[in-house]
Design a protein around this ligand. Structure first.
Ligand code: EPU
Length: 423
């Protein structure tokens, strides 16, 4: 059958059911993408395991292939050799499909001495400037020009004092550019997310000399070359937190497997404060049926180890099921409350205060509806809301969800969720 060209896959949801069973957390999207970038820094083979099968990874691997890399993917393992990479202009369409492509700047600068790419795309959740990245490259001796394209170039990179200004990809980009620079670099005000630590550990396995890992001051002693290495991607803390909220909001009882509890302090603290009934058991997180009403709370995002902004929208759904007032305060991005007008249409009692803050009063019953995913996390948030709501919902633009969550329909169906993908 020929499909009309506006045709897009959707999720049909039949909500209001309690979920049960087990779901395993996949590898972390925001950890694997910097590691894929780092493979550009060596001509030797690298092997990465626990790689999630998501659209952003597919597209990042296509970018590497386009630059001349060899890529072999088997299950959740990827073997990459960047020996043949000579190009420094990654393909525009792919670059503009995700934010993480900004990491090609630091990696290609280290590898080829130059990079040219269109402005990276990704979620429209704020202005998302890259001044931190560019100031750092300049301090390392690179010149940069920004127009429709971003170009960076350096004859030689020289270690320097750098500032990460708590930007996640900013810190990662400076690490990628500094490992092959000559001399010592020190990144102050570095962001401290666990995936930044993983990137540093991977680079050290490749022969880099990075210390101060997992702190706000990272020291890098430049080396002349890097060799191949293997790494296993850490479990996705955002996915783990999202599944926990899904379980709580649908008042279900299920087990989330493969959880790194140490990355979830802020999530557990907020779930506990809101009255969610959960327990840790080995690497599992068990979500139990609630023993009473959930309670409203102040949900404020911040820099790791504070609550991740990526989990703010799912917490918004939980707030609709909690008694009393919840204040949502997304301190990190000024455009991440776009999901709330949609939740309002589904029956939530929401008042937007300003671009960073909103008030939600609960509990309210949610109604099914037709909702369009706006970005990865809001798409997943609508999915949770639709599973809470009694009756049928349609979620459009699900490529956003596929960018960050592996086979989410199959995995949720295994928990008994009413979810079908229609093509
Ligand atoms: N900022 C600047 N200047 C910069 C860079 C950032 O002012 O040069 C500001 C931003 O405007 C924002 C804050 O600093 O207010 C934090 O932004 P950051 O740079 O840390 O975000 P990012 O690196 O662009 C990554 C994740 C996001 C996640 C944020 C915050 C990747 C590929 N993306 O983005 O993930 O929300 O950190 O934790 O790692 C997602 O996965 O859905 C996602 C959006």
């Amino acid at each position: 059958m020929r499909l009309p060209h506006h045709y897009m896959p959707k999720f049909l949801i039949n909500g209001g059911k309690r979920l049960t069973g087990e779901i395993t957390v996949a590898g972390f999207k925001n950890a694997v993408l910097p590691i894929l970038s780092a493979t550009l820094l060596t001509k030797r083979e690298c092997v990465i395991s626990n790689v999630p099968r998501i659209l952003d990874v597919d597209n990042f691997l296509k970018i590497l292939l386009g630059l001349g890399a060899r890529v072999a993917r088997r299950g959740n393992s990827v073997k990459i050799s960047c020996a043949g990479v000579k190009k420094f202009t990654p393909e525009k369409k792919l670059v503009s499909s995700m934010r993480a492509s900004v990491l090609l700047l630091g990696a290609l600068l280290g590898r080829t001495g130059k990079a040219k790419l269109v402005y990276p795309g990704g979620d429209i959740i704020g202005t998302r400037p890259i001044d931190v990245h560019l100031r750092g490259f300049a301090a390392l001796g690179a010149s940069a020009s920004v127009g429709a394209d971003i170009s960076v170039a350096a004859k030689k990179l020289q270690g320097a004092e750098l500032f990460g200004e708590s930007s996640v990809t900013g810190t990662e980009n400076l690490i990628l550019a500094a490992v092959l620079a000559s001399g010592r670099s020190r990144i102050k005000l570095a962001a401290q997310e666990p995936h930044i630590g993983l990137l540093c550990r991977f680079l050290n396995k490749m022969g880099a000399r990075i210390s101060g890992i997992d702190t706000h001051t990272i020291t890098i002693d430049g080396v002349a070359r890097l060799h191949g290495a293997r790494i296993r991607v850490i479990p996705d803390m955002i996915e783990a937190g999202t599944f926990a909220i899904l379980g709580a909001a649908t008042k279900s009882h299920f087990v989330i497997k493969g959880v790194e509890h140490g990355h979830l302090d802020a999530v557990y603290n907020k779930l506990w404060e809101m009255g969610v009934n959960f327990e840790k058991q080995g690497n599992n997180l068990i979500i139990n049926r609630p023993t009473g009403d959930y309670r409203g709370a102040t949900v404020r995002t911040g820099l790791y180890p504070n609550l991740a902004t990526d989990l703010q929208p799912p917490f918004g759904v939980l707030a609709t099921q909690a008694r009393g007032k919840t204040i949502i305060h997304d301190w990190v991005f000024e455009g991440r409350l776009g999901y709330l007008p949609e939740l309002k249409k589904m029956g939530a009692n929401v008042k937007l205060i300003d671009s960073h803050r909103a008030e939600i009063i609960g509990p309210t019953k949610l109604r099914g509806g037709t909702i369009r995913g706006l970005d990865i996390r809001s798409g997943m948030t609508f999915l949770i809301a639709a599973l809470v709501a009694k009756g049928k919902s349609v979620i459009d633009e699900i490529h956003h969800i596929d960018r960050g969550y592996e086979r989410i329909d199959e995995r949720l169906r295994a928990l008994g969720a009413g979810i079908e993908r229609v093509n």
